[in-house]
Design a protein around this ligand. Structure first.
Ligand SMILES: [Zn+2]
Length: 293
């Protein structure tokens, strides 16, 4: 029941146009055990669960955890990291796609277990510290967590020879971040991007939003930079897709990956986000116009 109510809440408040499968679809994936089990996606990147997706990026000097999901994903992530043969206490750094409860609610508990350094950008750092959702949609709050390092757009996080670069995509939340890196697999290198977010959630107030006054400009800038970016070879979503995307067959990723998009899939997602946002903005502007004109 907990999962179902979480998914219903997710569908109502958090679902975005690009998350693909309906809540019901994700539930089916969960029921089939397809998104609970951990696996190596590619290179040193592992999927560690669960219904909202979390990734472990391993290095010889400790690990980086991307997203902690909802609070009820904590035990699953811990056991998945251990199932893969890694020690959860070796997690040194925690980063996130964006500060919505379904991706960062588990940060506080994970920091207690690991002592890892929490890294975030701008408005998301504020949301994490206060536990208050400051995004346009204003979804539910979460347990606050100290932020050890606030990074600026374009800056990097480095550990054990692995570097992740932050690309601010602050349309979805104020500090949503696409983290980018390069991995080696079979003697080749691949550019990998972890999804931050693109546009505000359905139902978010776009004009004169008190939580995120610049949401329209920030979203337009986010879309522009995603369009200008060289599409990554592999784009890792933060919500498992049901059915999973069809991938370029030359991409050496685990076939269980329900969060994997290839370069074409990434471009499609960005184009879909742009069209959706234009429609949302038109609707908001029409509603604001005085009637009878
Ligand atoms: Zn979100």
């Amino acid at each position: 029941m907990r999962l179902i109510s979480a998914l219903v809440a997710l569908g109502a408040a958090i679902s975005s146009m690009s998350s693909g499968g309906a809540a019901e679809g994700r539930e089916n994936l969960q029921a089939a055990g397809k998104i609970g089990a951990p696996f190596r996606v590619v290179g040193n990147i592992y999927f560690v669960g669960g219904q909202y997706g979390a990734y472990l990026i391993t290095t010889p000097e400790g690990h980086i955890l991307h997203d902690t999901g909802s609070a009820d994903m904590h035990d699953l992530i811990v056991s998945n990291v251990e199932k893969l043969g890694f020690n959860v206490r070796d997690i040194r750094i925690m980063i996130s796609s964006h500060a919505h409860w379904d991706h960062v609610e588990g940060h506080a508990a994970m920091k207690r277990v690991t002592g890892a350094q929490v890294v975030a950008l701008g408005g998301d750092a504020v949301a994490l510290r206060t536990g208050q959702d400051n995004s346009a949609i204003g979804a539910r709050n979460f347990e606050p967590v100290p932020v050890d390092r606030v990074v600026k757009d374009g800056k990097t996080v480095t550990l054990g020879g692995v570097t992740l670069r932050a690309l601010w995509t602050g349309g979805h939340t104020q500090g949503a971040t696409m983290w980018m890196t390069t991995v080696q697999e079979g003697g080749k290198s691949y550019s990998v991007a972890f999804r931050g977010g693109e546009i505000p959630n359905d139902g978010a107030q776009l004009l004169n939003n008190p939580r995120h006054p610049a949401v329209v400009a920030d979203t337009q800038r986010t879309i522009q930079r995603l369009k200008e970016l060289d599409a990554p070879d592999l784009f890792l979503h933060n919500h498992p897709q049901d059915p999973p995307q069809k991938l370029d067959p030359s991409l050496p990723v685990d076939p269980r990956c329900a969060t994997c998009f290839d370069a074409k899939g990434f471009r499609r997602l960005v184009a879909g986000a742009e069209a959706r946002f234009e429609a949302m903005l038109r609707e908001a502007e029409q509603k604001q116009r005085p009637s009878g004109r």
